[in-house]
Design a protein around this ligand. Structure first.
Ligand code: R5P
Length: 292
């Protein structure tokens, strides 16, 4: 009799199925609907009594709706006798507001963390944590941070000849520099100043030789796309041979994909933490490894 069940949340059916196959676990998806007044209706696909439930919930698109779905689903599993509920967030939303930047603002990451602490354990792929060292500082349950770096690194190794890796800002060293070290290629981390959520400026150090190089820009998230756009424009101005934009989480708000392409990107590739047309890189392997 199967002891582990993998449940796919609304944004994560295909990733959840892949994880279930790798774990040889029973797979199902949450049954959801809307009541006439817009409230969420949720039902589990089968009994979870006595089982270990792995709930896969990527929180984009519709982060607010998925947050409620995550809370309802984990609590329902617990109420209906699941032995353990492991919440896997391939993309965990609300992490970037990690302090009160202006008076009276909501400190969203702490409140989100308190709300999802109805599971027993959590696994998050490349969480955007900047001012804290690890997830235990905001989660009141064991929370493991895992990385898609090996997946991004493999892509570069197989597809980009003699790459020059650029990280758009100091925080991107966790992806850009770490990956470059691993696959033994050149990298530089740039300096970024963000003025608003839609306005950033990036400084390219004068001494980086970009002309004729295959540039790979690596970041954790592409959201409005302005970070990528700025680096792409500068790499183009300096006559890069090709410009690949690589990120773990592809949000692409406000037509970011076409804006980055228009700026001069040759390719835009992301992982399937968020499923869309760029999510060619599969993180089911790294997630499964963290669960066994
Ligand atoms: C910021 O610190 C992150 O690492 C990303 O650079 C940022 O979230 C990207 O956002 P956007 O696409 O809106 O510039």
């Amino acid at each position: 009799m199967t002891k582990t069940i993998v449940l796919g949340g609304s944004n994560s059916h295909s990733l959840a199925r892949k994880i279930a196959n790798k774990l040889k676990a029973k797979y199902g998806v949450l049954i959801t609907d809307r009541f006439p007044d817009g409230e969420l209706y949720l039902r589990l696909p089968f009994s979870v009594k006595g089982k270990k439930v792995i709930l896969i919930e990527s929180m984009h698109p519709n982060p607010d709706r998925i947050l409620i779905e995550t809370i309802f689903a984990s609590r329902t599993c617990k109420e209906l006798g699941a032995k353990e509920v492991v919440l896997v967030a391939p993309y965990l939303a609300y992490l970037r507001q990690d302090k009160r930047f202006h008076p009276r603002e909501c400190w969203s990451n702490r409140i989100m963390a308190a709300l999802v602490t109805c599971a027993d354990k959590m696994v998050v792929v490349d969480p955007h944590i900047q001012r804290i060292k690890n997830l235990h500082e905001i989660f009141n349950m064991p929370a493991k941070k895992i990385s898609a770096n090996s997946v991004l690194g493999d892509y570069i190794k197989k597809n980009v000849k003699n790459p020059l890796i650029l990280g758009p800002d100091w925080e991107s060293f966790q992806w850009a520099e770490k990956i470059a070290e691993k696959i033994k290629v050149e990298s530089t981390v740039l300096r970024k100043k963000r003025y608003t959520s839609r306005s950033v400026r990036i400084k390219l150090k004068g001494d980086i030789a970009i002309k004729g190089r295959n540039v790979v820009i690596i970041d954790d998230i592409i959201s409005s796309g302005h970070t990528m756009i700025e680096v792409v424009k500068q790499a183009k101005k300096k006559k890069a041979k090709s410009i690949t934009c690589l990120a773990v989480h592809g949000i692409f708000s406000e037509r970011a994909y076409s804006k980055i392409k228009k700026a001069g990107a040759t390719k835009i590739i992301t992982t399937n933490t968020i499923e869309n047309k760029t999510s060619k890189l599969d993180v089911s392997g790294v997630i499964t490894k963290s669960l066994t």
